[in-house]
Design a protein around this ligand. Structure first.
Ligand code: VG1
Ligand code: CO
Length: 544
């Protein structure tokens, strides 16, 4: 195999964020841009020789071209086996599983997840390590550093690979395996959940469902598992064909962007269960008939009921949530006497805890939940978990949630996002907050007395690594909390996220609308950060 060494010039903006490197497609299409980053990833690994690499993406614009380029760079860097999803497709959780199942050295996942796709939209790339999970920060920091000085990359002189045909192809020392992207993952799901029970409930129509794949990667997965294997009515999966531009939408599973599903679920002909997934299939939205489940509650409910699921019947070793996620799961952990960890935002922080079996379940407020079955959050897994619970408990989504609140109290929760804020203004807001926090402790604002105000820093209990500046948090004496963070996945300006929660033990008040119940805290958050005043906006871009 002829290997060429190509001279290149470095870029200074290849810093991976919360989940990989995300930029506009046009940025990725610059000369040597993708090549530099991929070579930097490989240069920062110990030795790629003779190793296996998994490759796939969410099917967005530039996915196929990028895969052909990466194949040539991987071949030139000595990988001996490339496992690639047919048509270049792999959902993020499926990629994680395939890395683990094949004991691959790692994988490159091509996705910008919930960011829109298309020639003028976003592309992304992320390296996952041999446990199947996102590379830790010390590695991504090293890649960034290397990318700023890289001067050349290697390219194998081989023809483009046929990604459409499932086959094993041998190119001299390199084996290329084009695999069915769904079958291994479907098998894994069958090993976790009670598929017989699910078949009975779904094929009989006892549970009716609509799954909105939002024209992203989960379409083929949901169709195969929910319709073909479990017998849900044909057409239960909507927007099920992956499109390069996701049909022009945001593949972000919330009530704003999954509009078609939201309208159906809040109508008088709503099915028993509704769900949606994001661009790369790692996140989920759960909706019952006329009832929305907050992701933080979803995590707590899965933890509280886990022993009803075959794979978790012996109980959980522990649970974890990201810092801005509500404290609902903490209440479950304390009732079940389980360890409970609080990590920074982003799945990479759960990896060590899962590997060390300190936790079995974990999740984030941003519609991500997962378990030790892979090292990524997993949208369809959460959907199957809920379906399994509904079938087993013979209750509706609303009944399950309300019963949970009665037992544990309700953590009323909301996140307000301000997208595309001018970066100077956003930085100003955080400088101001940083100065304000130390002055707040002990101060009272109406019924809210500040008991702590700090900037979250995390020390990994397994490897001792420290991640600082992970968001500002203000806690109140009555258990309420607010958190301010800047997003690490946006590609335009800065996205400011404000997370607000209040605990309500009184069951007679559990029916409240979250925005109303949180109104005072929302006002207080504005008083602290002044985002509306400084940006001239009247409302958040998205409220979840
Ligand atoms: C967001 C979410 C975070 C999630 C991340 C990646 O990050 O808040 O919880 O892990 O997206 O998810 P940020 O930095 O924008 O707040 V995904 O589905 O985009 O891979
Ligand atoms: Co995602």
């Amino acid at each position: 195999m002829k290997i060429e060494t190509i001279d290149s010039t470095p870029y200074n903006d290849q810093k991976p964020g919360t989940s990989g490197l995300r930029k506009k497609v046009k940025v990725f299409q610059q000369r040597h841009y993708l090549e530099n980053f991929v070579q930097s990833v490989f240069d920062c690994l110990d030795d790629c020789n003779g190793k296996t690499l998994v490759l796939g993406g969410d099917g967005r614009y530039f996915n196929r071209q990028a895969i052909q380029i990466i194949i040539k760079i991987a071949a030139a860097n000595g990988f001996s086996c490339l496992i690639i999803g047919q048509s270049g497709l792999l959902s993020t959780p499926a990629a994680s599983h395939i890395i683990r199942k094949n004991q691959a050295y790692g994988g490159l996942i091509l996705s910008a997840s919930h960011n829109p796709g298309g020639a003028d939209e976003d592309f992304g790339i992320k390296y996952n390590i041999s446990n199947g999970g996102p590379a830790p920060e010390n590695y991504t920091d090293a890649v960034f550093k290397h990318s700023q000085t890289i001067t050349q990359y290697k390219l194998a002189d081989i023809p483009d690979v046929d990604l459409e045909t499932i086959a094993d192809v041998q190119l001299e020392n390199l084996q290329i395996r084009i695999i069915d992207p769904v079958s291994d993952y479907a098998e894994l799901m069958a090993s976790i959940f009670d598929f017989e029970l699910l078949k009975n409930s779904l094929s009989s129509g006892k549970i009716s469902l609509v799954f909105d794949a939002m024209h992203a990667i989960t379409g083929p997965y949901a169709k195969r598992i929910l319709e073909d294997i479990l017998g849900a009515k044909a057409g239960s999966v909507i927007n099920g064909t992956p499109l390069e531009d996701f049909g022009g939408g945001h593949p972000d599973p919330n009530l704003v962007y999954a509009k078609e599903l939201a309208e159906l679920m809040f109508s008088d002909h709503a099915p028993t269960f509704g769900a949606a997934s994001d661009g790369d299939g790692d996140r989920n939205m759960i909706v019952g008939a006329n009832f929305f489940v907050t992701p933080s509650d979803s995590l707590a409910i899965l933890a509280a009921n886990a022993t009803l699921i075959p794979a978790y019947k012996n109980g959980l070793s522990g649970v974890a949530r990201s810092m801005p996620t509500s404290q609902a799961v903490d209440r479950v952990a304390s009732a079940l006497n389980l360890p409970c960890f609080e990590t920074p935002t982003g799945w990479k922080f759960f990896g060590n805890l899962l590997d060390a079996d300190k936790i079995t379940l974990c999740g984030e407020e941003s519609f991500g939940t997962g378990s030790n079955h892979v090292r990524e959050k997993d949208g369809l897994w959460a959907v199957l978990f809920w379906l399994n619970l509904i079938a087993k408990k013979e209750q509706s989504v609303a009944e399950i949630v309300q019963e949970h609140w009665q037992k544990f109290g309700r953590d009323i929760y909301s996140r307000h996002d301000y997208d595309a804020v001018d970066s100077t203004i956003a930085n100003g807001i955080f400088d101001h907050l940083r100065a304000l926090l130390p002055t707040l402790e002990g101060q009272s604002f109406g019924e809210y007395t500040v008991s702590y105000a700090d900037e979250f820093s995390y020390t990994d209990s397994i490897d001792g690594s420290v991640s600082s500046q992970q968001g500002m948090r203000i806690g109140f004496a009555n258990g309420s909390r607010m958190v301010f963070r800047l997003s690490g996945t946006g590609t335009v300006g800065a996205t400011l996220r404000i997370y607000i929660e209040r605990f309500e033990p009184d069951a007679s008040k559990h029916g409240q609308d979250a925005q109303q119940a949180l109104a005072q805290l929302i006002e207080l958050a504005e008083q602290f950060c002044q985002v509306k005043q400084l940006t001239g906006r009247v409302a958040p871009t998205v409220i979840t």
